[in-house]
Structures are given as C-alpha cells and as structure tokens.
Design a protein around this ligand. Structure first.
Ligand code: G16
Length: 544
C-alpha cells in the first residue's frame, strides 16, 4: 500500500513561466514549498495519465539534485509510472527533448536557468516540456500559472533519495525510476544526422577546433562526440566538467562571456573553428579563424548548405526564425523556393511548425539554432552541422561567410542589452514607445526615414492562436530595422533589448565594421525610445 502524503501550502506570487520556464534566484526557490508548489501545479495542469513516463534532468547547477529528488517524489505521488533521470541529474535541454520523444514520455521537467549564472546567490529554473519534446506552449504555461495562484496542497511520498549516480532502475513508491546515461542516446542521434566519417577525415587531415563548454552541461556531450567519436585531440573541449556555479561565470556563449575563446579565434594561434554552448546546452557560438558569425547569419548559412549533411539530404521544408532575428534567412528561403516563418521570441513558437512538417531548421538571434530532430534549440547540433559543412566543402568559416554575402548580401546586425534596469522605468519606456508608434511613419532620424512601426503580433498558422505584444518594430525606408523588447528570461529588474539590423546588398560594403554600419540606427534607437531619459543609461551593458 503506497502512502501518499498531502502537504498543505499557500500560493506564491509571481510563479509565471517566462520566455522559457520559471526562472528565479536560488534563494527564492529555497523557500519551503516554492519548488514543490510549482511542480505540483505543473502536474495539476497537465493531468498525466496513470502510469505515464516523465523525463527529469537539468544543467547541473546549484539546487539541481535537491529539486530532482523532490520532483521524483511528487511525480510518484501524482500517478506517474516511470521517471527517466539523467545520471548525476544531468541532461542537456536538447538531450532531454530527445529522451522525451524517444521514450514516448508524456513530458519532462528541465531544471535550468540556461545562460544565467548559477550558485547559491544566482539563478535556478524549472521548465515543463510536452510530449513532442518541446517547451510547453502558452496555453499550458498559462494553465500552470493559473494553478499556482490557487494551489493549497502538494502530494508526495516518504521515500529516501534516489542514488542519481548509479545507472539502473529502482522503485520509488511503486514508480520505476531509471537513471540513464545522459549522453549516449543523444550522441547516437547525432551520428544519424551527420557525416561523422567526413568530419573524422578532416580531423585526420589537420582540421582543429576548440569547444568551450563553459563549465556547464555540454562538457560530457562534447568530449564524447568531438574527442571520442570524431577524433579531435584531447583538450579540444575546455571547461568540460559541469560545475554547480559554472566556475563563477555566465555560461552565455557570446563575445562577452566567452571572451577567452573569442580572443583565441581572433589571434595568431586560432584553430579552424571555435565554438561554445551555454548552461543547458541549447545555445551555440560559432567563430572561424578571424571571423565571428552572428547567430542570424549562422541560421542563413546553415540553411543554405545543410543539404550536404546526411540527415538533411532531402532538402528543407521551410525555415523559421524569431521576429528579432535578422532577415538573412529569408533570402535563403526565397532562393530555395521555400517558406520562411517569422515567430515571436521563444523556441516554443516553433513547435507547431516543426510538428506539422512546415519547417526543417529554426533559429533565433539569441544564439539558438535547431531542426526537426528534437523540439529544442541544440548547441552541439549546430556545431556538428557547421563541422559537417566545412568538412565536406573543404572551406573555412571566413570563406563560407564571404561566399554567402557575395550571393545574398549581408544583414549587419547587433543586439544592445541594457541589463538590470528598474522594471517601472522599463515598462514606462515600452508603454510610451508603443503609444508613439502610430505617429512615427514618415519621421526622419538622421538619414533614416521611418516607413512603418508596429507592435508585433503572431497568429500561429497551425492552431491559429494569437500572441500579441511580442516586440515593437520600427522599419525604415531603406529596409533597416530596430526592434525593442523586454527580456523574458531575467531574474532581476528588467533587461531592455534593442535589436539593430541593416541590409547591404551583394554589390555593397560586405566587410565593414558592424558598429560603423549601424551607427545611424543606434542613434535613432536612443532618440526614438528615450533610452537615457527613461533608464539613466548612456550605453548598453552587453553588445552581441
Ligand atoms: C530562451 C528561449 C529562447 C529565446 C530566449 C530569449 O532562451 O528558449 O527561445 O530566444 O530565451 O530570451 P529573452 O526573453 O531574454 O530575450 P534560453 O537559452 O534562455 O532558454
């Protein structure tokens, strides 16, 4: 007889899943009942069938193991029949997505705050993914949030902790808990998609790379795939051991937080390819020798070349990108004669397009790229696709980028982030700007003249759901564009993101400095939104 214990509780304010799950400071999650309330609210909202399978894993950050043990007990008390958990509590986000699909699980709990720092004073997060392996859509996250506002009890069983470090199956109050190798199934999937033999041959021929795992979850995956299976030299993967505090760094693969890699790639000793991934393994950074590739360009360049990889030989069904991502991919889609979809920020918006077979590759300016192989963006997948293309074509990153721009033109692009600003000031800035949008058409800012301005709204072509208020757009007569959005992943104050884009045709300046090419747009953005007036800031904290 299994004893289910009911623990009385009260709702917490603000358990609102953001762009990607509930993210808060560790201290907030450490309050009695906080994580338990949210997990129970997930189960109350999704109502798993008796005996259903649940995947659980995280990026190894501080609190990961504690919350996993509680999640296992709550799952047992809520009627799940089987839990699959990564050894050591580790599962990268794309590997979790794959496990959900592979095992026909009803869903999964992914414990991560992604690129946000970890440790006792830093960030933690819980995200629920649905049976297709992707992040829960807004209908589900809305139901979860609604439940958090009413919850008055959570269910558990009184069982000891599961040994997360020993593979195998144990019973927890009648529910089977299997500790699985977090890497093997994912690595096998990659072998089905990419030409490992071609990459191995390039490596044997002297192709070199450095992969910075940023002391986050991808270390074990990268060592297995890059060093063990593809033959890159030992030490190719740096910072390859997942640490609870990511070594005190932001595990965010960009030019700021992956600066040692960036400096290496711009210096005389650069290997052929530099790459990095983030806290939970879904983002990627690609740098060639002396050539940084923006995530928006990476999406376009991969889309234009990915048919050389075995998994994509049949060609692409469509391309999807988030609205603030540059339009570089649109030009590739047009050349291929396929559709390009523009969605709101957040990988969850790609799920329906992928499930319906309308898109094969998706990408976001926030360093995310992925395909229909899982339902999350996938950092190592993007690195392997780049490797596959470079190996088969025998071309450098720089040469491939130049070739691409010479054919399609170049979308100069940057994102300026103003971090940790007062939430009230940020909301006022956005509200004032939104009110001003209808008056902007025809106005001039330096040499730029506004053609249109609006608040982006998306109607999902599959289920016809509407998501409004997804960012404010100012589009200029020459096709340049500024987008303003507030981040949905931060845990402190607000972060204003300003996305800047200028298209230069193939006949134009293809190798100019991005900051110089965007200078007029940067000035216009400051004036249009009154950034300094509202925030007191005169410069962004991070430029990517
Ligand atoms: C998450 C989502 C991404 C999204 C990003 C944007 O990334 O999974 O799809 O592009 O947030 O974040 P923000 O709202 O801060 O601009 P991740 O890697 O944090 O899971």
């Amino acid at each position: 007889m299994i004893m289910i214990r009911t623990v009385p509780t009260q709702p917490f304010e603000g358990q609102v899943p953001g762009t990607s799950g509930l993210r808060k400071k560790v201290r907030v999650f450490q309050q009695a009942n906080y994580a338990e309330n949210f997990i129970q609210s997930v189960f109350d909202a999704v109502r798993p069938e008796a005996g259903a399978t649940l995947v659980i894993g995280g990026d190894g950050r501080f609190l990961n193991r504690t919350v996993i043990q509680q999640a296992i007990r709550i799952a047992a008390a809520n009627g799940y029949g089987r839990v699959l958990v990564g050894r050591g509590g580790i599962l990268s986000t794309p590997a979790a997505s794959h496990l959900i699909r592979l095992n026909r699980a009803s869903g999964g709990l992914i414990l991560s705050a992604s690129h946000n720092p970890g440790g006792p004073d830093e960030d933690f997060g819980i995200k629920y993914n649905i049976a297709n392996g992707g992040p829960a859509p807004e209908g589900v996250t809305g139901a979860i949030h609604a439940r958090t506002l009413e919850i008055d009890r959570w269910l558990t069983v009184d069982t000891p902790d599961v040994d997360l470090d020993t593979p195998g199956t144990v019973a927890v109050a009648g529910m089977a808990v299997t500790v699985v190798d977090p890497v093997a199934d994912y690595a096998d999937l990659m072998e089905t998609l990419f030409d490992f033999a071609a990459i191995r041959a390039a490596v044997a021929g002297g192709f070199t790379m450095r992969f910075d795992a940023m002391s986050a979850v991808t270390g074990p995956y990268a060592i297995e795939i890059l060093e063990n299976r593809l033959g890159f030299a030992r030490g190719t993967v740096v910072n390859g051991v997942p640490l609870e505090d990511f070594g005190g760094h932001h595990p965010d693969p960009n030019m700021i937080h992956a600066k040692p890699l960036f400096d290496l790639m711009m210096g005389p000793d650069a290997p052929d390819l530099g790459a990095a991934s983030d806290g939970d393994g879904d983002r990627n950074l690609i740098i060639g020798r002396g050539r940084f590739v923006t995530p928006s360009d990476s999406l376009a360049m991969l889309a234009a070349n990915m048919h050389v990889a075995p998994g994509y030989r049949a060609g692409l069904k469509g391309i999807a990108r988030s609205m603030p991502t540059s339009a570089a991919a649109d030009r590739v889609a047009a050349a291929l004669g396929i559709a390009c979809y523009e969605t709101p920020t957040g990988w969850k918006f790609f799920g329906n397009l992928l499930d319906a077979g309308m898109a094969t590759i998706c990408g976001e300016e926030s360093a995310g790229t992925g395909s229909d192989h899982v339902r999350e963006k996938d950092g190592l997948w993007a690195v392997l696709l780049w490797l596959n293309i470079l190996a088969v074509r025998g071309i450098s990153v720089d040469a491939l980028a130049r070739e691409h721009w010479a054919r399609f033109g170049r979308n100069y692009y940057a994102r300026h982030d103003y971090e940790g600003i007062d939430s009230g000031a940020a909301n006022t800035l956005m509200a004032e700007l939104k009110d001003k949008l209808p008056t902007l058409a025809g106005a001039s800012f330096g040499p730029l003249s506004v053609q249109a301005a609006d608040s982006f709204s998306y109607t999902d072509p599959v289920d016809h759901s509407v998501s409004s208020n997804q960012g404010l757009r100012v589009i200029f007569a020459d096709g340049s564009r500024i987008v303003f959005r507030l981040s949905g992943t931060g845990t402190q104050g607000a972060t204003l993101r300003v996305y800047l884009e200028r298209y230069e045709p193939a006949s134009g300046a293809l190798d100019a400095e991005t900051s110089a090419m965007l200078a007029d747009l940067i000035a216009a953005a400051g004036t249009i939104a009154g950034i300094t007036r509202h925030t007191g800031r005169t410069a962004p904290d991070v430029i990517t």
